[in-house]
Ligand binder design. Structure first.
Ligand SMILES: Cc1ncc(COP(=O)(O)O)c(C=O)c1O
Length: 373
């Protein structure tokens, strides 16, 4: 008898970890997938108060405390013009758990699941964990996902496709027309569109659109989180929004794998969502400045880079061996192939680091590119 489950044997440890293991402490790290800002003070205070008052010593309801689900509902009205019933929300352990329960609840063994390649590393692995068949699809030249590519990949076995905007690892932002087309596909082809919107607030050019705003059926399921918007990756607080029927199915998984999201994090998230939103604005302004510094530098070096309109990543086209050479010279970047086969020939650079470090890393990239390629 085999010692481990086949579906787990099919999974991999993320290629990003291998890069971090090869890095030394003094390296400049452009591999990081989290904002380098503090969690807003009022969010921290709300958690501290809840701890001191003893309100967080017990389980919360499986879906999460009513204050948080109300705050999430109000957020949708304020930021997206969407009406979301607080009962149609499950607070989760980060966007990661939200993706997990959404995929578990909708993907049958053998079902095909379409997702962007290059794309967030968890997608393929969560599909495998659910027994699904990963169907990665390539991106346009500007690194956005073309609804026509998704449509062409849909078969009778497809149960779900994933859209991620703004995207990791590309920083690409899907247009309103694309999001309308994704919603139409979900409606007309009767497949679930799983929309991962954890970077929704980090958009520099244009606006963020959710396919949920355009669907006429309940076939769009949305994942979101406080992690990136409020620099709360360590708090582990995300959520999923969908129709009552879909929420009920995802709750079955959440109830047994998680019980409830961490109670102190729920209080912190409610405060982050309802309190002053200026920390987001300050962070997005800083990211935009850094993006411009990085793009100017990359252009100067001669590395073609599609303009990232959101998140905090850029994906220049790089020669073979470039990522390793840059790492050997003290700058950590993630090879594009860590995000899928079609990521080969690119590197993901995160600019969740200060401008002085970015400038220093650009000098290293310049000298490595000039001398070795
Ligand atoms: C596209 C995308 N979705 C989801 C997540 C998971 O976020 P969380 O930290 O909230 O679990 C990440 C984290 O990097 C991400 O990049």
């Amino acid at each position: 008898m085999s010692r481990y489950a086949t579906r787990v044997e099919e999974m991999d440890i993320s290629g990003i970890r291998e890069v971090f293991e090869a890095a030394s402490e003094d390296d400049i790290n452009l591999g990081i997938g989290q904002p380098d800002f503090p969690t807003p003070e009022h969010a921290r205070d709300a958690a501290l108060t809840a701890i001191e008052e003893g309100t967080v010593d017990s389980y919360t309801s499986n879906k999460g405390i009513p204050e948080l689900r109300e705050a999430i509902s109000t957020k949708y009205e304020r930021d997206n013009g969407l009406s979301v019933d607080p009962d149609d929300v499950i607070a989760t352990a980060g966007g990661s758990e939200a993706l997990h329960i959404a995929i578990e609840a909708h993907v049958e063994p053998g079902d095909e699941v379409i997702y962007p390649d290059p794309g967030f590393v968890a997608y393929e692995q969560l599909i495998l964990l659910a027994g699904g068949t990963p169907k990665p699809v390539p991106l346009r030249d500007d690194l956005t996902l073309d609804p026509e590519t998704v449509e062409a990949a849909i078969t009778d076995d497809t149960s779900l496709f994933i859209v991620n905007s703004p995207a990791n690892p590309t920083g690409a932002v899907q247009s309103e027309a694309d999001m309308r087309a994704f919603a139409r596909l979900a409606d007309e082809r009767d497949v679930v569109c799983l929309s991962d919107e954890v970077y929704e607030h980090i958009v520099f050019d244009g606006d963020h659109y959710s396919p949920m705003a355009f669907a006429t059926t309940d076939n769009v399921v949305q994942v979101n989180a406080c992690s990136k918007a409020y620099s709360m990756t360590g708090w582990r607080l995300g959520w999923v929004v969908a129709s009552s029927d879909r929420i009920e199915r995802m709750l079955r998984v959440h109830q047994y794998v998680q019980a409830c999201a961490s109670a102190p994090a729920q209080y912190a998230a409610a405060a982050a969502l309802t309190g002053p939103q200026d920390p987001i604005e300050e962070m997005v302004d800083a990211f935009e400045n850094r993006r411009d510094v990085l793009l100017d530098g990359l252009e100067d070096i001669g590395l073609p880079t599609p303009t990232p309109e959101g998140a905090f990543y850029a994906m220049p086209e790089v020669p073979e061996g470039w990522c390793e050479a840059v790492l050997e010279n003290g700058v950590v970047v993630v090879p594009g192939e860590a995000f899928g086969e079609h990521g080969a020939g690119y590197a993901r650079l995160s600019y969740a680091t200060g401008i002085p470090e970015l400038k220093e890393s650009l000098e290293v990239m310049r000298s490595v590119t000039r001398t070795s390629f």
